[in-house]
Design a protein around this ligand. Structure first.
Ligand SMILES: [Zn+2]
Length: 176
């Protein structure tokens, strides 16, 4: 379990960059490319030495790269909408992805045009717009402020010590 535990990697400026595992973190630390910011997970014993298992590491050099613009997945949208149908407000894990302006009518697959919908509402709306279907959307779908947040979100419930490295506005979205 130890070598495969997730480790939060911060950029030199403390911005969250990505998640690696303990094995990879040890390589970065060993090569002097990163330093440990948080430990507290116990120890890993090799044949000759004992290593403290890192939880958060920080790169020594600043990595310049654009924010990852991954493909928008169903999971991203369900997380943004907190597993709640945007039409009827029902909270459920049994959701579908609804294109507000249907794709066959020219609707695009973007944050601004997709919402989580329960099966009943999706069936009711069918290939129509909300206006045509007389179904109100209580709020306009939006693009989250920092999309990279979503790659850390799944870990934040268990990795409590990571939370202080994720900007507060983003935390409030999920852990108010
Ligand atoms: Zn619904």
């Amino acid at each position: 379990m130890g070598p495969t535990l997730p480790v939060l990697v911060l950029n030199q400026n403390y911005e969250p960059l990505n998640v690696c595992n303990v094995r990879r973190a040890f390589v970065l630390l060993d090569r002097g490319k990163a330093e440990t910011i948080e430990n507290g997970r116990g120890y890993l014993h090799s044949a000759t030495a004992v290593y403290e298992i890192p939880s958060v590491i920080r790169l020594i050099y600043l990595i310049r790269r654009p924010r990852p613009q991954g493909r928008l997945t169903r999971r991203d949208v369900f997380l943004r909408d907190r597993f709640t149908c945007q039409y009827c407000g029902k909270q459920t894990r049994d959701l579908t992805l609804d294109h507000v302006l249907p794709r066959h009518r020219g609707g695009v697959h973007s944050w601004e045009n997709v919402v989580a919908a329960c099966k009943l509402c999706n069936h009711r709306k069918a290939g129509r717009t909300p206006v045509e279907a007389h179904m109100r959307l209580p709020k306009e779908p939006y693009r989250p402020a920092h999309s990279y947040f979503w790659s850390f979100y799944p870990y934040l419930e268990s990795q409590v010590e990571w939370r202080k490295f994720i900007p507060a506005t983003e935390l409030e979205m999920g852990f108010a």
